[in-house]
Design a protein around this ligand. Structure first.
Ligand SMILES: Cc1ncc(COP(=O)(O)O)c(C=O)c1O
Length: 311
């Protein structure tokens, strides 16, 4: 494995707040089982590249070295937004390949409008093409359209992203026993686990079902670290029906967590993580004395205006 910290140049340009704060909070639902709860505030790393976005993008942007970065996402992708913002801040061109060709005929939603305002070229593709985005046929088509570009996968999860996320593990080394993170594509968990010390473990909470994530994390670890790295497991019971789905129970829990701890909770990922950890603590899944960190991988969206930015 090569160097796993971004260069001083990138850090100077973006000034991320690192290490992110580790805050202990008092929560009766954990305390009565002897569990100490900590919030690893990755949401405070950077206003435009919060949470795992900085950690996953930094080494990739450095490797791209100013060339156009092309990447993929859905209509509300945080990853597209962060890539577009990085392009604006660092002055490199970006292309976002967006799932859903019907979106090309509608006004941009606030998230895509922000991407466009940050200079990202948006390219809409139908769902069949999007599903085949890693195929050589689709990639060659995109390279034909956009020329010499650096391609980042959906969610930005590749070997460099996982390597970047090892810093998250190193930052909590010696501080906690279990570090838990919500998972979409698995890149953050793959790196977090690799960065932990022996005796610490990582717990991933997928926000989408399907049972594919364990193999995906293992694959990313093979690519990034040449094999399995660190002690990690998945807790797959808390998807609440799938990506961006919620239930009244989850919404009420999240409102309550915000009130209790004064933490604005991102709803697609972080809410499910916090719900899962609370349920697990109540089930007695953590031994008394466990120091448990919930990685706050994102912040709720700032209010955005509906817009019809032209493209
Ligand atoms: C706020 C937030 N938390 C967690 C994740 C999951 O990260 P990963 O795709 O690396 O599993 C994402 C997606 O990138 C995210 O936007």
């Amino acid at each position: 494995m090569g160097r796993v910290t971004p260069s001083a140049d990138l850090s100077r340009a973006l000034r991320p707040r690192l290490p992110s704060p580790l805050q202990e909070v008092r929560d009766e639902r954990f305390a009565r089982h002897g569990v100490r709860l900590f919030l690893k505030r990755d949401d405070l790393i950077h206003p435009d590249l919060p949470g795992n976005k900085w950690r996953k993008l930094a080494l990739n942007l450095e490797a791209a070295a100013g060339r156009t970065v092309l990447t993929f996402g859905g209509a509300y992708s945080n990853h597209l937004r962060a890539t577009a913002a990085a392009g604006r801040l660092l002055g490199f061109p970006t292309v976002g390949v967006v799932r859903g060709d019907e979106l090309a005929r509608r006004p941009l939603n606030p998230s895509l409008a922000r991407c466009a305002a940050d200079g990202m070229r948006l390219h809409f593709v139908d769902r069949t093409t999007y599903r085949a985005k890693a195929s050589s046929e689709v990639l060659e088509g995109l390279l034909g359209l956009f020329g010499d570009v650096v391609v980042l996968p959906e969610g930005g999860s590749n070997a460099l992203a996982a390597q970047g996320c090892t810093a998250l593990g190193r930052e909590v080394a010696g501080e906690v026993d279990v570090a838990a993170v919500a998972c979409g594509t698995g890149g953050t968990l793959a790196g977090l686990a690799a960065g932990l010390d022996p005796g610490q473990r990582a717990l991933g909470v997928p926000v989408v079902g399907g049972g594919f994530l364990g193999e995906e994390v293992a694959r990313l670890q093979r690519e990034a670290f040449d094999g399995p790295a660190g002690d990690w497991s998945l807790e797959e019971r808390f998807t609440f029906g799938g990506y961006a789905r919620t239930t009244p129970e989850l919404a009420a829990f999240t409102d309550g967590f915000e009130d209790r701890h004064g933490l604005p909770v991102e709803r697609v990922y972080v809410a499910k993580l916090l719900f899962a950890l609370t349920a697990l603590a109540e089930e007695g899944a953590f031994a008394p004395g466990t120091r448990l960190a919930a990685v706050i991988t994102g912040a709720p969206d700032a209010p955005l205006q509906e817009s019809s930015v032209s493209r």
